[in-house]
Design a protein. Structure first.
Length: 52
């Protein structure tokens, strides 16, 4: 149930993170936010796949 709830929105979150990252990449805060977002997405993806 948790997997189904997070699988589809995960795609939207990733696309949003990519678009937001391209907009904010110039700033240091943008780089930190993008790094945190990528770590979060990887961590969540690992948990969903049973790797984390």
């Amino acid at each position: 149930m948790m997997t189904l709830a997070m699988a589809s929105p995960g795609e939207d979150v990733r696309l949003t993170a990519i678009r937001g990252g391209q907009r904010m990449r110039s700033g240091v805060f943008g780089q930190l936010a993008l790094a945190w977002l990528m770590a979060f997405v990887i961590f969540q993806g690992g948990r969903l796949l049973g790797l984390g």
